[in-house]
Design a protein around this ligand. Sequence first.
Ligand code: IMP
Ligand code: MG
Length: 182
Amino acid sequence: MAEERSTLGKVLFTEQDILDKAKELGAQITEDYQDSDLIVVGTLKGAVMWMSDLVKNIDLDLKMDFVSASSYGSGTTTSGLVKITKDLSMDIYQKDVLIVEDIIDTGTTLHYLTKKFAERGPKSVKICTMLDKPSRRRVPLTPDYKAFTVEDLFIIGYGLDYDQKYRNLPYISYLEPGDIQE
Ligand code: IMP
Ligand code: MG
């Protein structure tokens, strides 16, 4: 099994690389959110692993919630239309919201989510992403915290999927264009 996994492509970031970044950004967030009412919101399903690493390194009394948003269609490109398929369970009025995302690609999903959340009167809304693919941006969006920047590749592993597979890989890799069926 382990050998089969290692043929999936080059490892871009190891688990240790990710844990090091979670520690660094967790410390920064701890400093930035002193005396605030922090709700960390993970985007399902991709951000789950990164979020769990991150929050263990934030030394504050935070709360955790989750949201699931999907852009229409299930291929590897984003269509531009977003809907919330699972909303927050908490009220974010006058709270500090930190959205934790797996990857920002075109920016469509987070642009929509930050706009929707802003309508609920939070004190602040910021973004912490594991990966950023700025070359693909269609909507202006800059994360407040980010672990790594990646090229225009189709990324898998550590939460990220292709057709719901590969989320459990304990590292970040990518698929070669020949492996992707649009
Ligand atoms: P955006 O709305 O185009 O920024 O896309 C955001 C979502 O698309 C991410 O949260 C991922 O779920 C998915 N996505 C974008 N790029 C990739 C990728 O390279 N691999 C896996 N999923 C991706
Ligand atoms: Mg996502």
